[in-house]
Design a protein around this ligand. Sequence first.
Ligand SMILES: Nc1ncnc2c1ncn2[C@@H]1O[C@H](COP(=O)(O)OP(=O)(O)OP(=O)(O)O)[C@@H](O)[C@H]1O
Ligand SMILES: [Mg+2]
Length: 231
Amino acid sequence: MLDIRNFTTGYNKIIVIRDISIQVEKGKVVSIIGRNGVGKSTLMKGVMGLLPSSSGEIHFNNQDITKLKTHSRARLGIGYVPQGHGVFPNLTVEENLRMGESINVKKKNNDFDVIYNYFPRIKERLHQKAGTLSGGERAQLSIGRALIGTPDLLILDEPSEGIQPNIIQSIGEIIRQINKDLGLTVLLVEQHFGLIKSLADTCYAIDKGRIIGEHTSDDLSSEIIQKYLTV
Ligand SMILES: Nc1ncnc2c1ncn2[C@@H]1O[C@H](COP(=O)(O)OP(=O)(O)OP(=O)(O)O)[C@@H](O)[C@H]1O
Ligand SMILES: [Mg+2]
């Protein structure tokens, strides 16, 4: 579904990630791990077209999207939850969800019931300002908003960041459920090894802007994950 081929990008001509190749098959959860500052978010911004390609290509559903603008990629079916969740603090929960509608070209989910089914707490808080939500609720809102666009691929950049452990587990279960029920493919940047272990079918490790390892869920031990997060 997503094919990143020898992709290189960075900021203002300073290269941050080099020659990265990653394949995400339909229906899978693929995880990207690595320490702080190795280039995980930079890679996701590259996939979303927020940073230009210095070299390499990105293909989505057999279409070359390397040169497409961010909104076009979203309309083709890539949902993106940026690091820090990216909700609008001064808008209500409902207004935040409605922002997701603009990319919903298929016009499904307009009644938002699918989202409320996974995130009942969000439904209870529709008129509350998003800035007053707890970290866990904000994470749920950000994922819900991305789902309104009915993506085929959901990119999550560290959904567990700033969230307490018991809530991380429940968000992990919801991600797994969404992956199963909706057949949604997930590209997950994470540093929380419990979440990686419980969700990922395949895992790529990044260090200093390059891929240094690739593992399937069968050979993905806690020791291996720890090693990549602490090298
Ligand atoms: N807007 C920017 N302008 C210039 N350099 C940037 C910018 N954003 C990130 N960088 C640099 O790019 C490198 C990779 O950052 P990136 O955010 O991709 O790391 P990360 O792996 O996502 O880290 P973390 O786990 O902390 O989120 C870092 O050295 C960072 O300082
Ligand atoms: Mg990051």
